[in-house]
Design a binder for this molecule. Sequence first.
Ligand code: PLP
Length: 399
Amino acid sequence: MDKKLIEESAKYLMHTYNSHPIVLRKGRGMNVWGDDGTEYIDFVAGIAVNCLGHCHPKVVIAIQKQAQRLLHVSNLYHMEPQIKLAGFLVKNSFADRAFFCNSGTEAVEAAIKLARKYSKEHLSPQQYEIITAYGSFHGRTMASLSATGQERLQKGFEPLLPGFKHVPFNDIGALKKALSRRTCAVLIEPIQGEGGIKMPSKDYLLQVRQFCDENRLVLIFDEIQTGIGRTGKMFAYEHYGVEPDIMTLGKGLGGGVAIGAMLAKERIATAFEPGSHGSTFGGNPLACAAALATLHALIEDGFIMEQCRHTGEYFRNKLLGLQKDFPSLILEVRGLGLMIGMELTKAGSFVVDACAARGMLINCASGNVLRFIPPLIVTERDIDLLVDVLDDIFEKHSH
Ligand SMILES: *Cc1c(COP(=O)(O)O)cnc(C)c1O
């Protein structure tokens, strides 16, 4: 590995990440390679971003073609890739309209603004409060951070934005109790990602939907991590028979290129008018061409999502096997599709480091939950290789 480059990293970059001492230079499918030639199997996928694997040929070609044609023009003009992408998302979801931005947190900002504007204009000017869950993660900009239900991420950045109330996830009673004259929306991840792959109980999302309907609240699903096939369906809400009024997307949407989206039902979307909201780069042709190619590949090769359900099940069963062998180390295995968490009885960073040393990239969420969010093209063989390495690490650790 290039020691000098890593020294330069320490010298020139703000120290916001505890990056592994690995320089990655190339990726293809399930693999990435370090600058010293070391090959890794990637179960992190850029944090649930590279849904089709690294450098999928269809995405690469779409980017190359678009880069030669048109990189950027203002939203003062129409752009074909943006319009086609909006059409695709609308036709394949509950939503009627799309707004594009450049990241997940911006999608959440847009959702917060739309929910507030809709409620002020259609319900009452005093309704602006949004209820979110403890353990949630909605992004790092000030409104998204204020919505996020984790004090450790908010510390030092006060004052936070007013107008957010937090309740325990999976507790419909607590949600009902938090309702006030000011409440305008509920913002929730169908499955909590950064919070440690926390699953909703069977009826929770349905109960939240009913609660919102009864009180004329806007229901926002943050599907930035769960969306784009991650759970074995295009969007996680499809598993639960519940549709939101607004949904945020990011991460996997661009197949590796930065893009975010906020989708909404017509009735709510019309609260945004010319001038209400905007973004210089949002919906630019390059990012939209990449997203369109990603979604087409995901749908055309329809087996990718079906395969994701099978390999996800296979993966979970293998991890449950490990739990049987190491009950004092492994508390729980949970997840849906290829969004899987393994909760340990202790901090998981030693496992992440040992895996990296053995050519396996995995990640740890909220301290003690090993998180597996590989490309959706992961095979049973890749999973077997990882599980063997985990087995070995746990075995050595218990002695
Ligand atoms: C990652 C994530 C975000 C933030 O996305 P960024 O692109 O990092 O701004 C928001 N919500 C959820 C559920 C996420 O997983």
